[in-house]
Design a protein. Structure first.
Length: 146
């Protein structure tokens, strides 16, 4: 329940809240924003610009982390299913940003980062827990007589 509340808080606070003074626009060129922000982080920009770009990249990568944690710990969901859920959730957030009058930019790269981050967190948790999961005991059958 706490993870669900955390996910709702994160979405409302950072993704769905209005951004005054901006007109809602849409960016549909894949990897355009990611490339631009990566160049800012790695290039000769000011520390403030680098920090803003890094925060944007990391924030989008971790936006759906509570969803990943909840599904990894509480369900037997497969990676394909969590991937589809992450894409659907992220696409819904971006659609709301565009159509909902938030003044935010709906960006296809946000969907990419949200989904990749969700899959990375989900997979990391599953791999971390794998050694601790109970394995079925397989009894060896006695050798055939004769």
């Amino acid at each position: 329940m706490a993870l669900c509340a955390t996910q709702v808080f994160v979405l409302c606070q950072y993704a769905l809240s209005p951004s005054p003074g901006l007109a809602g626009t849409i960016q549909l060129r894949p990897l355009s924003t990611i490339g631009q922000q990566t160049r800012v982080v790695l290039g000769g920009h000011t520390d403030d610009a680098k920090w803003a770009a890094l925060t944007q990249l990391a924030g989008n990568g971790l936006l759906l982390a509570p969803l990943a944690v909840a599904t990894a710990l509480l369900t037997q969901m497969r990676i394909r299913t969590i991937g589809a859920l992450a894409i659907a959730t992220s696409t819904a957030v971006e659609a709301y940003q565009w159509f909902g009058g938030t003044g935010r930019i709906a960006d296809v790269d946000d969907v990419v980062l949200n989904t990749l981050g969700c899959l990375l967190v989900f997979t990391s948790i599953r791999l971390t827990l794998r050694p601790f999961q109970a394995r079925p005991i397989v009894e060896e059958s006695p050798p055939p007589a004769g």
